[in-house]
Design a protein around this ligand. Structure first.
Ligand code: ZN
Ligand code: ZN
Length: 110
């Protein structure tokens, strides 16, 4: 038989960094878990490529804003992107993941 084309990245989505609100909405449904006192993280399957990804958030940034006397927390959203580590077709040099990205809600200290 010929070559094993099926073992290659067949079905693997090509890199696409178009911002996708639906992607961010799915990531927003994952729970933030505390890694340590200052770091929160969430993990789950990327809604676009289904590979495992993780998002980290450090709380120090917010604390610093408070000491500066900033009353409003500013935009509640932050940028996040797929970092699955799987090589997708057409991934530019230096990029990682499938390119999916969006603005997700920040981890909140309750
Ligand atoms: Zn992926
Ligand atoms: Zn992905």
């Amino acid at each position: 038989m010929g070559k094993d084309a099926k073992e290659k990245d067949e079905g693997q989505k090509p890199f696409d960094s178009t911002r996708d609100p639906a992607w961010a909405q799915r990531v927003d449904t994952w729970d933030w878990l505390s890694r340590d006192e200052e770091t929160k993280a969430k993990e789950g399957p990327c809604p676009r490529c289904n590979h495992q990804i993780s998002v980290l958030e450090t709380q120090v940034v917010g604390a610093r804003l408070l000491t500066l006397g900033v009353a409003t927390p500013g935009p509640a959203k932050r940028y996040a992107a797929c970092n699955c580590g799987v090589k997708h077709p057409e991934t530019p040099d230096g990029e990682i993941g499938c390119g999916a990205n969006g603005l997700i809600n920040r981890a909140e200290d309750r």
